[in-house]
Design a protein around this ligand. Structure first.
Ligand code: ADP
Ligand code: MG
Length: 913
């Protein structure tokens, strides 16, 4: 039962007030066919819309099955329309871009019924109106009668209690009108049908109740239904709950709508994509440049690892102080009136000494080796390289078969020219090279690669292999040329490639003050590779003597030659490499050997007799047979006697002379007497002194002054023993400047937790050399992006306008959707879906076009820069983010128009064309 009680409705347009319904009261039965007749403008449609919950009444009450609607909220009305009411209009009001089936399904879609169920019920409804075979047609492919039947099917599909038809035959010819009326009569059998018409004959023939309306008032009712007031309970209020519509429905609706105007959608999306393209291109370019910089950084960082030496010298402070000391001070804080002292020299020396610090690399290596250490986050692809002070000598035969020692002294003539410019020069250059981390004999260890690779990729990247191959075994080395294929002649001499006598001849002439004009020598790669070196480990310089002690035999040429023959490792040159760029000099010496050789020597040394012997006697020096640390005076005296007895004649004489000199230093008579004594006499007087129970005090004095027991560690170092836990330097390779700064932080944190003597200090040479470029690039791209962002804002405003136009175009659709129960939210959802699709298209088109544009752009960049190192590419994440941004911006742009659409009065929307 539907009760209309004293309902009034007026329309106010400007000054004009139109009373469409005046105090209308009408009670409708649950099951009857009511026809409402009346002239145009009498309020028929208004009454129908009020009954259908499409329009609101001003006063009175609409009571549905005893439930008052006075307190109904929007969503109650939506649900009421969706579940209780079916609408049929004069102008069919089908959605043109949806198929017949979809049109019918729509009402079910809004009530959130599953797809298969929807399909089934929609098909059944269409079959019932006799259109079972036309379900895939679009409305504009049908006749008026057929369209009206679709509309009836749509109205009935939800199985509503009430069917409202507003002049359903108004646009149909007589014959089809009759068909439609028959259909409605059928429908009215089991529900309430209210039909507005101005055709009295049809009304009289089909309806079983006719209500006449005039100027908003009921003038006649052929079959009134009077319910006794007392019998009716007081109207109750009950909410209907909400109708719902899934996101997919709104997407499908909008997608189909957009499909009907492909051209415009494409253009809109393209316009919207321009901003995205701009940003994508800038990102791609800055990404390319940043990658390039990262590569350059990596290159830089491979040639400048962070080096932590066992002994660190703070070069920055020395360099600063050194500069000021080198020249006279520009400003002094005293008058120029007396003699003043310039103290900069002392200051500099002091800063030199104070800037040298010892690093406990044993502890630090433990820290690095711990996988959980903070520092491991920053270590790059090439990892950490530990260097050890292996000591070895390298010899080779010059073209005249003369043996040359690679430490710069030719085998025999070491002592001859100890005062020459040459030796000064070599000692200077060796100091420099050892400061640069190289070794003085022209050999430097190649940076090892990852895993089993003997040679790091960093070396292979920065050097061209000219001939042969990189070392694959411990006894293979490479010859390292500079960018001009050259090696310094001093080095060539040391390596035995240049004839020693020729080189020495030049040095002689230089010493005599003559000017020399040496010829350039040259070798084919093949010839150079035929040269070989002979390596002698430090431990091999020691030989056991008859009395059980060990002796250094490096001065004994005969013995050395034997060792050279029997023990030396023959090193072959396996290849020749050339430095690509003098900025990236990774190998400091002309010959590069691998860590395999280092390991071999370490192993060899540990197995050698001399090392084994010393390891066995931890307390006694195997070189002198003395205790390293005698416990008391007695032992010291005994050691002193043993030592003095063990000396040779000339050694004894020398010591005796020294002792005498220190005792009788001022006595001229004694001095001249001493000078007359022979070596034998001096030696025997020493023997006499020792064997005649000398004073303990004197012996202790002699022990402390003239006899050094050495130390176990010194001896081991001398024999070339290396403890793998104690590197001489640690080279940490990082991939970027940021990581380098990270290492600095990690070391700072390490130092904070370490004891004072374990703190690590090192010099950051790269920071001294360069400043970061990345920041500049980033700032520039941010600025560019800010500019381009403006175009994004413009495009989202444009999207807003276009959505607004779409809203205007789809006004009718809004009305239809509202009539079949869609809520305001559903409506805005439909339009948001439309902007979502457009935004997505813009984003995808934008990224797609950018990728296309990048193909020729990269070609241009490559030809302009003359390198293929810079590649503009859009990072995947950035691409996705840009699409998301595009969607968000268009959504925002369409938000206001979508809201406007939702607010549209459904009645006005339906009236619009
Ligand atoms: P009918 O359907 O009987 O032809 P309507 O119910 O459509 O009449 O209209 C009743 C009266 O209300 C008419 O005078 C019409 O001009 C007026 N009217 C209807 N809708 C509006 C509206 N949205 N704004 C102003 N006046 C309206
Ligand atoms: Mg009307």
């Amino acid at each position: 039962m539907l009760q209309i009680e004293n309902i009034s409705k007026k329309y106010v347009t400007g000054d004009l007030v139109q009373q469409a319904l005046k105090n209308v009261s009408l009670t409708l039965r649950d099951n009857e066919f009511v026809a409402i007749l009346g002239p145009s403008g009498s309020g028929k449609t208004t009454l129908l819309n009020v009954i259908g919950g499409l329009d609101r009444y001003d006063s009175g009450d609409l009571i549905i099955n005893g439930i008052s609607t006075q307190k109904y909220k929007d969503r109650d009305w939506d649900s009421y329309r969706n579940h209780t009411i079916g609408f049929v209009f004069q102008s069919y009001n089908l959605i043109p871009h949806q198929t017949v089936l979809s049109n019918v399904e729509l009402a079910l879609t809004i009530s959130g019924i599953s797809k298969s169920e929807r399909r089934k019920r929609a098909k059944k409804a269409l079959e019932e109106v006799g259109l079972g075979d036309q379900i895939h047609k679009k409305p504009n492919q049908m006749s008026g009668g057929q369209m009206q039947r679709v509309a009836i099917a749509r109205a009935l599909v939800n199985n509503p209690d009430i069917l409202l038809a507003d002049e359903p035959t108004g646009a149909l010819d007589t014959e089809t009108s009759i068909q439609v009326m028959e259909l409605l009569k059928q429908v009215a059998k089991d529900r309430l049908v209210v039909m507005v018409t101005h055709n009295p004959e049809l009304a009289e023939e089909y309806a079983n109740r006719i209500v006449r309306l005039k100027d908003g008032e009921i003038t006649d009712d052929t079959n009134p239904y009077v319910v006794e007031k007392s019998k009716v309970e007081k109207p109750q209020h009950k909410n209907m709950g909400k109708s719902s519509m899934s996101i997919f429905t709104s997407l499908a609706l909008s997608f189909n709508n957009l499909k009907t105007k492909k051209g415009r959608t494409l253009l809109t999306s393209f316009a919207g994509s321009i901003g995205i393209i701009g940003i994508a291109l800038i990102l791609a370019l800055s990404n390319g440049v940043n990658n390039y910089i990262a590569d350059v950084q990596k290159d830089t960082m491979t040639s400048y690892p962070i080096t932590i030496n066992a002994q660190d010298m703070d070069l920055t402070s020395v360099m600063n102080d050194g500069q000021s000391a080198a020249v006279e001070k520009e400003n002094v804080d005293h008058k120029k009136d007396k003699v003043y002292s310039n103290t900069t020299d002392l200051e500099m020396t002091s800063s030199m000494t104070s800037s040298v610090s010892e690093n406990n690399l044993t502890k630090f290596k433990e820290y690095i080796d711990d996988k959980d250490s903070e520092i491991n986050k920053y270590i790059g692809e090439n990892g950490v390289v530990y260097s050890y002070d292996t000591s070895f000598g390298v010899y080779s035969y010059d073209p005249n078969k003369k043996l040359v020692n690679s430490d710069g002294s030719s085998f025999k003539t070491e002592k001859d020219n100890s005062n020459s410019t040459f030796s000064q020069m070599t000692s200077m250059s060796s100091q420099m090279t050892s400061m640069m981390g190289g070794s003085k004999n022209g050999f430097s260890e190649l940076m090892p690669g990852k895993g089993d690779n003997l040679v790091s990729g960093a070396v292979k990247e920065n050097y061209d292999l000219l001939y042969g191959h990189y070392p694959e075994k411990y006894n293979e080395v490479v010859l390292v040329l500079d960018t001009n294929n050259e090696i310094r002649s001093t080095d060539l001499y040391k390596l035995g490639l240049l004839p020693a006598n020729e080189y020495e001849k030049y040095m002689d002439e230089i010493n005599k003050g003559k000017k020399v004009n040496p010829d350039t020598s040259k070798w084919s790669y093949e010839d150079a590779c035929k040269h070989s070196f002979y390596l002698i480990s430090a431990c091999d310089y020691y030989e056991k003597t008859s009395n059980g002690t060990y002796k250094n035999i490096s001065d004994d040429d005969q013995k050395m030659n034997k060792i050279l023959k029997n023990n030396a490792i023959k090193l072959k040159i396996s290849g020749v490499i050339r430095l690509k760029d003098s900025d990236n000099r990774i190998i400091s010496q002309p010959v590069g050997y691998t860590q395999a050789l280092t390991k071999y020597i370490i192993d060899y040394t540990n197995k050698s007799d001399v090392v084994k012997a010393q390891k066995k006697s931890k307390d006694i020096n195997i070189l002198s047979n003395m205790r390293f640390a005698p416990d008391g005076k007695k032992e010291k005296i005994a050691d002193a006697k043993k030592y003095l007895n063990g000396l040779g004649v000339s050694e004894k004489a020398k010591l005796c002379k020294n002792i005498m000199n220190s005792v009788y230093g001022n006595d001229k008579q004694m001095q001249s007497q001493l000078a007359n004594l022979t070596e034998e006499q001096l030696a025997s007087s020493l023997d006499q002194f020792v064997n005649n129970n000398p004073d303990d005090k004197v012996m202790l004095n002699i022990y402390d002054t003239y006899i050094s027991p050495g130390s176990y560690d010194d001896n081991m170092k001398e024999f070339g023993v290396v403890d793998l836990a104690t590197p001489s330097s640690i080279n940490i390779y990082v991939d970027s400047f940021e990581d380098k700064d990270g290492i600095r932080t990690a070391v700072d944190n390490y130092n904070n937790g370490a004891r004072e003597k374990d703190k690590i200090s090192y010099t950051d040479y790269v920071a001294l050399l360069m400043s970061s470029v990345t920041t500049i690039i980033n700032v520039i791209s941010y600025i560019l992006i800010a500019f381009v962002a403006v175009s994004l804002i413009v495009s989202s405003i444009m999207i807003g306008i276009i959505t607004y136009i779409s809203v205007l175009e789809r006004t009718k659709e809004i009305g239809i959707l509202r009539a079949i129960g869609a809520s305001k939210r559903n409506i805005s959802q439909v339009f948001n879906a439309e902007t979502f699709i457009i935004g997505l298209c813009s984003g995808i088109i934008g990224i797609g076009l950018s990728e296309l544009i990048l193909i020729p752009s990269n070609a241009i960049i490559h030809s302009l820069m003359g390198t293929t190192d810079v590649n503009a590419t859009i990072p995947i994440v950035a691409g996705i983010v840009l699409v998301v941004i595009s969607v968000l911006l268009t959504l925002i742009g369409g938000l206001i128009p979508a809201k406007k659409a939702a607010k549209k009065d459904p009645v006005i929307a339906l009236r619009s064309e």
